[in-house]
Design a protein around this ligand. Structure first.
Ligand SMILES: [Zn+2]
Ligand SMILES: [Zn+2]
Length: 386
């Protein structure tokens, strides 16, 4: 049954989420609820399909707009190709529809991949995350990442059978891997994969103690990952072949292709600079006198400092550009600029001498200013006292 649950809620994102967030969230859910990872779990499969339905709508700007305005009804009444009924589709089809977001290539699913007509069992992709400073984004960095993946069980080399025992012929299907089922009072006969052995023709009688028959055990792994300069928050670096080996159903011994590891990038906020693509933006205070008279000032950059000439008569909010002090472009390596927006600060405290000068300045402009503080409050007091 198609879902009527709120699509944003399904993906766990805010209504304001951008395309990248939606994609990331869907990818996470799809990995989590993929039926291969939750065998026999109908609820997981339903969640998997629900997420796919939500993603199909929210990833498409037009459908999303329609949905935002009119909700589920809007989508049902919309012209054009109807939304897919994901509840009726099989899982591999759903994955191939969204292949691009699982890194293209073989996709993120465990299954069969590889080109040229040769079918090679392929393992799952995994995701992990690293947090970088802007300085690391600028220079690029090599990071150790630690993650857990399911690897072939050493004890049973993936068979899932207890040492000294071996899988036996499936009693349900007699080793055929297929069973015939009849439906509608015998009107149809269907051949389906044997539910007892899930099509393998073999079942395990005595489970391996180490993996409880799964043929896979979780193992920690640490690798060093090179992160190129110029990456952005939300991007991911793909490390080919560091995911899981093919699932046990496809390749008990793990032969075939490992999935990939996706290292998601988070960029920490910087206390001085904000990022605008390849440019950095700095909000810099200058004094009233510097703005009025002009000055040569030191501007902090990611790598030290740079000189900037503030011309005479600079207004608050003026932006200056210091070339090549931004971040490198991920593809071209070309450096962006540092944009310096100046904020004119009004002195909160002045010495007597400074205040005297400023009063003279105000008088020269014939501007009305408040009288000296002390005198002002004294007058107020006198007035109140009658
Ligand atoms: Zn084992
Ligand atoms: Zn069987």
């Amino acid at each position: 049954m198609p879902t009527t649950r709120d699509y944003y809620e399904v993906l766990g994102v805010a209504k304001t989420a951008d395309a990248e967030e939606i994609k990331r969230s869907y990818r996470r859910l799809a990995m989590k609820y993929h039926p291969d990872r939750n065998p026999g779990d109908a609820e997981a499969e339903a969640k998997f399909k629900e997420a796919a339905a939500a993603y199909e709508v929210l990833a498409d700007p037009e459908k999303r707009k329609l949905y935002d305005q009119y909700g589920h009804d809007g989508l049902r009444q919309a012209q054009g190709p109807a939304a897919h009924d994901f509840s009726r589709m099989n899982v591999e089809d759903i994955f191939s529809m969204f292949n691009d977001i699982f890194g293209g290539g073989g996709g993120g699913q465990g299954g069969f991949g590889g080109g040229g007509g040769r079918r090679v069992a392929r393992g799952y992709d995994l995701e992990t995350e690293v947090e970088l400073s802007l300085e690391e984004v600028d220079k690029g960095v090599e990071r150790d990442v630690e993650f857990t993946r399911l690897d072939v069980c050493d004890t049973c080399t993936g068979s899932g059978a207890k040492k000294g025992s071996a899988p036996i012929k499936c009693p349900t299907c007699g080793g055929q891997g297929k069973v015939q089922q009849t439906g509608f009072g015998g009107m149809f006969r269907m051949v389906t994969a044997c539910p007892a052995c899930r099509g393998r023709g073999q079942v395990i009688k005595d489970f391996c103690d180490a993996c409880k028959g799964k043929g896979r055990t979780p193992r920690k792994r640490k690798i060093s990952v090179k992160i190129p300069p110029g990456v952005s928050d939300g991007q991911a670096v793909r490390v080919a072949g560091e995911g899981e080996p093919p699932p046990q159903e496809l390749s008990p011994g793990g032969e075939g292709m490992r999935g990939d590891l996706h290292v998601g990038i988070r960029v920490k906020e910087h206390e001085l600079f904000q990022r605008d693509d390849d440019n950095l933006v700095l909000d810099m205070p200058i004094s009233f006198a510097q703005a009025a008279l002009g000055a040569e000032v030191d501007v902090p950059t990611l790598n030290g400092k740079s000189k900037l000439t503030i011309p005479k008569g600079t207004q608050a909010g003026t932006a200056f550009r210091i070339e090549d002090e931004g971040l490198p472009n991920l593809r071209s390596g070309r450096k962006g600029d540092l944009i310096v927006g100046v904020r004119v600060e009004v002195p909160k405290k002045m010495t007597k001498a400074q205040e005297k000068l400023l009063r003279e300045y105000a008088a020269s402009e014939d501007q009305a200013v408040l009288p000296e503080t002390q005198g002002f409050w004294k007058k107020v007091k006198d007035m109140m006292n009658g």
